[in-house]
Ligand binder design. Structure first.
Ligand code: ADP
Ligand code: MG
Length: 585
């Protein structure tokens, strides 16, 4: 067969196979273009799950008449002014999306460049560019998606399922840019200029209010990496990763390193089958991350993945390891929330030619309702709430969980602390204490008189050696032992397991993901089981001394808010709330 240089329309359809998987991917590319054009209002309409029509309207910079025919040419972009692929400041840069989408649909673009006297319309199928009365920003209309590629059409799911994928895409980009207003099908609205906590509540749902922890961390002395955002308290979780929003340099990503680090950070406090919620924004020098890895640009390659992973785990663990003291103070501060409503609503009246939309009212949330960042000093934070009162002896004596009143149902301890009633689940509390004690104990390394030698393939040996620092942090010292074995010279004291088995698992994981949580997971499981079986049981009668001692122990235990299965350890009920029950307010 002779070699054939493929015609452009085929090349574009082949490229479309990668970029335009389904309607949601079209919506993603069009919104990214609108954001790149500096829009702060974006209106998306999707008909029949995107099969019939996808329309994205923005109020960005627009496209000049001269540029209009070029935007649908392959590898034509305004976003790479220099030839430096490592210095990317836009969501797009490949110049592929519009030509790919146009090759599998009927596309028209209306646009007016800022400063022009009127707008222009490009009909991509004919190549015609004509004057139009379009007068702000850009509208891209994509009709009859995949009608020319029936094979693709067959792979689409039902309209409702495609619509849900579109909504997911819109939510992800809305989380990337809380400052930008989004409207989807006149039904979902994310108001312009929301602060992050308000945007999180409108995207993830009202149940997150008051249950997110702030994260704000910088790595290294010269601040080469920054992590900010919110993560959920361990008692707030989902059955899937739907509400995990991860961003690298402003770009929504689905990245193994980040997901793995998130999971590892929660390992002590959440079951592996449950998923914490998060909106986490990692910023690092663009030179240390390659975003040009997948056509859809959702994957990234870090130059130093283990460095990134370690930084994230540490930052998140710090946020999670909050003391009881802070929790009690914050709870009181929250019971008198200052009514700071952000009052942000999407105002589309400033945008001509937009479909009429009604703002959704529940996008208003007070950022005060979020649990504050663990990095601030708890006392100052507390003083910051002018109406709160907590000047009691118990706190002065540093007994945040207060004094025991008694036990009920042989299961719960009741205590009074200042103006709060505290209810403690005795089993969960004891489990957490035992677990934390064991954990610090287990990390103690015990040198072995005779090193354990594990035979493995050369590539497994080199994989395992790349995580030797992480292993050392877990109390395990290893070294190469010839080309095809490792020698284990120290392990956590009295920790027996099948080392050969463990190290093959670690090697597999490192080779697949560039890191390993296998060892931490095994350690965690073992400790959790041990803690559970050596803890005070529910149903066990305790005397006052035992109960008071338990409370003092919890106060000095990190991550005391939850047991190691993620159940709450204690609840704090402000007396004012009880007053409310009896209408004494
Ligand atoms: P890329 O975004 O990678 O540059 P695209 O094919 O998505 O490639 O878009 C090609 C070009 O069209 C962009 O570089 C930009 O100049 C222009 N463009 C696309 N959409 C818009 C828009 N909504 N507003 C202004 N310009 C746009
Ligand atoms: Mg683009």
């Amino acid at each position: 067969m002779p070699v054939r240089v493929l015609p452009d329309f085929l090349i574009n359809q082949i490229a479309a196979g990668e970029v335009v998987e389904r309607p949601a991917s079209v919506v993603k590319e069009l919104i990214e273009n609108a954001l790149d054009a500096g829009a702060d209002q974006i209106v998306i309409d999707v008909v029949d799950g995107g099969r019939t029509l996808i329309s994205v309207i923005d109020n960005g910079a627009g496209i000049s008449a001269a540029d209009l025919p070029r935007v649908v040419m392959r590898h034509a972009t305004s976003k790479l002014p220099t030839d430096d692929l490592l210095n990317i400041n836009y969501m797009g840069f490949r110049g592929e999306a519009l030509p790919s989408i146009a090759s599998v649909s009927d596309m028209t673009i209306d646009s007016m460049a800022r400063g022009a006297s009127h707008g222009w319309r490009l009909d991509v199928s004919t190549g015609d560019v004509r004057p139009s009365d379009w007068d702000t920003g850009t509208r891209v209309r994509v009709e009859n998606l995949f009608s020319r590629t029936p094979a693709r059409l067959k792979f689409l799911r039902g309209d409702r399922a495609e619509m849900m994928s579109v909504l997911e895409v819109v939510k992800r980009l809305a989380m990337a840019r809380p400052d930008v207003g989004f409207a989807l099908n006149n039904k979902w609205f994310f108001g312009k200029n929301q602060d992050l906590s308000a945007r999180i509540a409108s995207v993830m749902g009202d149940d997150v209010v008051g249950r997110m922890l702030g994260v704000d961390a910088t790595s290294g002395t010269n601040g080469d990496m920054k992590l900010s955002g919110f993560i959920s308290q361990p008692t707030l979780r989902r059955a899937s990763s739907v509400d995990q929003y991860l961003f690298v340099n402003g770009r929504p990503v689905k990245d193994k390193v980040l997901v793995g680090a998130l999971r590892a950070a929660y390992m002590d406090v959440m079951h592996a089958r449950e998923f914490p919620l998060c909106a986490l924004y990692l910023t690092l020098n663009p030179r240390n991350v390659d975003v040009n890895v997948s056509p859809a640009k959702t994957e990234v390659h870090f130059l130093e993945p283990s460095h990134v992973r370690a930084f994230i785990i540490k930052s998140l663990r710090d946020a999670l390891a909050r003391t009881v003291n802070e929790a009690v103070n914050e709870n009181v501060a929250q019971s008198h929330p200052a009514p700071v409503w952000s009052g942000v609503q999407m105002n589309l009246r400033t945008m001509p030619k937009m479909e009429q939309t009604q703002p959704k009212t529940n996008t208003n949330f007070s950022s005060r309702l979020f649990v504050a960042s663990p990095h601030r000093a708890p006392d100052t934070a507390f003083m910051g709430a002018p109406t709160a009162t907590l000047n009691t002896d118990d706190i002065a004596e540093n007994l945040p969980l207060g004094r025991v009143i008694g036990q009920i149902a042989n299961k719960y301890i009741l205590a009074q602390s200042g103006d709060n009633l505290v209810i403690i689940d005795q089993h969960a509390a004891h489990e957490r204490i035992t677990y934390e004690k064991l954990r610090t104990h287990a990390i103690k390394t015990q040198p072995l008189l005779t090193p354990i030698v594990v035979n493995m393939r050369a590539e497994e040996v080199s994989a395992v050696l790349t995580v030797s620092d992480e292993l050392r942090a877990c109390g395990i010292d290893i070294d190469a032992f010839g080309d095809d074995a490792i020698a284990i010279s120290a392990v956590p004291s009295d920790w027996n397991l099948d080392w050969a088995d463990a190290f093959h698992a670690i090697a597999d994981e490192v080779r697949a993901n560039g890191h390993s949580s296998a060892i931490q997971e095994r350690l965690h499981l073992k400790l959790a089981n041990f803690a559970c079986h050596h803890s005070v049981r529910a149903g066990q009668k305790l005397d006052m001394n035992q109960m008071n001692a338990l409370l003092r122990d919890i106060e000095n235990t990190p991550r005391a808010g939850e047991c190691n299965h993620g159940r709450p350890v204690y609840k704090i009920i402000p007396i004012v709330e009880i007053d409310g029950w009896f209408e004494r307010v």
